[in-house]
Design a protein around this ligand. Structure first.
Ligand SMILES: C[S@@+](CC[C@H](N)C(=O)[O-])C[C@H]1O[C@@H](n2cnc3c(N)ncnc32)[C@H](O)[C@@H]1O
Length: 250
């Protein structure tokens, strides 16, 4: 799956060829051949995140340069009929929207309505995150609607509606993991498996390669494996790499 690396890389792979690397995605992504992956899920560190993370960017400009570098590398590695999903904070959304348009066709500006979190006293509670859905080719890309249909509330009454359901709305209500102990591991921005499920099902088929440059706790890897997709995961922090390895059964 990778071009020849000059230096040995710390990674672990399974029999299907999926692999998880511990390291910096800017070192490892260049080893991925051009136009070789079907789906890229970018869940980068957020500009605002502090605390558990050391990723303190000096300025918005520096942060946006970081994001653009990974977008450029993603563009190179993505197949012509491939897709890219990118999470970001509300504050950065407008800048990243303009940036993505230079490289991809933006198919949807999704809202992950996750609720949860702390209620501030002097403003409305922040309860959603932008999630960009982009493709290389707006007329030719993998789109498996039948795998993600949701039932319309009118389906029983209106016989004209498809009994298999309709395309999901662009606002996805998927609760975050607060209080969901069976799924939660020790990672501050772990994504629910439910959101990974929809992303991977709609944009890939079995045996396709999914690239996750910011693997974190491994939610996207776990779901790729469950759905019989191959994955390349990269995580910089040893602690989270270990968690992701465990969750993937490595
Ligand atoms: C928002 S979290 C991803 C969470 C993940 N989607 C999950 O469900 O657990 C971003 C992750 O990227 C990692 N990271 C930050 N910079 C990185 C880099 N340059 N290369 C690889 N991983 C990086 C962080 O350690 C963090 O775990």
């Amino acid at each position: 799956m990778l071009k020849n690396a000059q230096t040995p890389l710390l990674h672990i792979a399974d029999v299907s060829g999926s692999a998880l690397f511990q390291g910096d995605c800017f070192d490892i992504m260049p080893l991925i051949p051009d136009k070789s992956v079907q789906l890229i899920i970018l869940d980068p560190p957020y500009f605002e995140v502090k605390g558990d993370f050391d990723f303190v960017f000096e300025s918005e400009t520096q942060y946006l340069e970081f994001i653009e570098s990974v977008i450029i590398e993603s563009k190179r590695a993505l197949k012509q009929d491939g897709s890219l999903f990118l999470y970001c904070s509300q504050e950065m959304g407008a800048y990243i929207d303009l940036m993505l348009r230079k490289y991809f066709a933006i198919k949807n500006r999704l809202i992950w309505y996750r609720s949860g979190g702390v209620s501030p006293r002097k403003k409305f509670k922040v309860s959603h995150e932008p999630l960009f859905y982009c493709v290389n080719d707006i007329d030719n890309h993998t789109w498996n609607l039948d795998d993600i249909r949701v039932k319309s509330i009118y389906a029983d009454k209106d016989k004209r509606l498809n009994p298999l359901g309709k395309s999901p709305d662009d606002v996805w209500y998927i609760p975050n993991l607060v209080g969901r102990k069976s799924e939660k591991v020790d990672h501050p921005t772990q994504k629910p498996l439910e959101i990974c499920d929809r992303i991977i099902k709609c944009s890939t088929n079995e045996n396709d390669i999914v690239l996750i440059p910011f693997a974190g706790s491994g939610s996207e890897l776990v779901k790729s494996k469950e759905l019989n997709r191959k994955f390349i995961g990269i995580e910089k922090e040893p602690k989270y790499y270990e968690i992701a390895c465990q969750r993937c059964g490595f």
